[in-house]
Ligand binder design. Structure first.
Ligand code: FE2
Length: 264
């Protein structure tokens, strides 16, 4: 894949997303959030590609995946006014639909095209399917990590705002009450990723985001996570005393270990 091709897809992304800007202020906030998210995911993806020693061609494939992984978010929001997949449609599937509609990957080397499509398709799954081998796995893991590393930024910025100024679709409309759901706390205490379908209040969702720190695939991702101080910063936004201090400390220690582990 040539650099020119990546640049062309970048220009297409700008043109495509511009068509969604003509909407009401609430909608505009939500659309702009996803445009900025994509740009930052691209930047993180470049950092990870460099940190993990990807070849120039592999880095271009990763950059393409980063640009395209969430394009389904735009028609999703236009049609359903939500980013909640369970109330609309799987946005990764919608992204693939957009790519097909716009013939965006036509002419690409078929093997590379498949790598891009598979990474987009699986970027939002709770867990990567086990049967996936390399090199598909590399690109799937990279977009999943880059996505999480920017989603943490988005939420920390959102949580710093008064509720009425938060992009409404981003926090999934969960009530910001003290306390948390026992199933979510149990998952965190067992050092497992919290399930979205068990999140009933905003604290659960914050715990889900903290638990993502157990699910990164590269030492470079863990280094960025620690550099950006995401775990303590997210913990600081929890509402009330949840008695999860030991679980958080366990996650922080695990992240520090993995940041230094070249074979993560
Ligand atoms: Fe996504």
């Amino acid at each position: 894949m040539e650099q020119q091709r990546v640049a062309g897809i970048g220009r297409w992304f700008d043109d495509y997303t511009r068509t969604f800007l003509d909407t009401d202020p609430e909608g505009l906030g939500n659309i702009l959030l996803k445009i900025e998210h994509t740009r930052k995911v691209c930047a993180v993806s470049d950092t990870l590609a460099a940190g993990e020693g990807l070849s120039a061609n592999e880095a271009r494939i990763a950059a393409t995946v980063a640009l395209l992984h969430d394009v389904g978010r735009f028609p999703q929001y236009r049609r359903w006014r939500t980013f909640r997949d369970s109330d609309s449609d799987n946005h990764a599937r919608l992204s693939l639909e957009v790519l097909a509609e716009h013939n965006l990957l036509d002419g690409l080397d078929p093997a590379e095209r498949l790598l891009v499509e598979e990474a987009v398709r699986f970027h939002n799954l709770l867990e990567l399917p086990e049967r996936v081998g390399s090199p598909t796995r590399l690109f799937m893991q990279m977009i999943r990590d880059a996505d999480k590393l920017d989603i943490w930024r988005i939420f920390l910025e959102l949580f710093a705002l008064p509720v009425e100024q938060r992009a409404s679709a981003a926090t999934l409309d969960l009530p910001d009450l003290p306390g948390c759901t026992p199933a979510c706390r149990d998952a965190l205490l067992a050092q497992r990723v919290v399930r979205l379908d068990q999140c009933l209040v905003l604290n659960d969702f914050k715990m889900l985001q903290i638990s993502w720190a157990l699910d990164l695939g590269f030492a470079s991702s863990y280094r960025l996570l620690l550099e950006r101080d995401y775990i303590p910063r997210l913990t600081g936004t929890l509402n009330g005393e949840l008695e999860i201090g030991a679980a958080i400390e366990g996650i922080r220690q695990e992240a520090a270990l993995r940041a230094n582990d070249c074979n993560t």
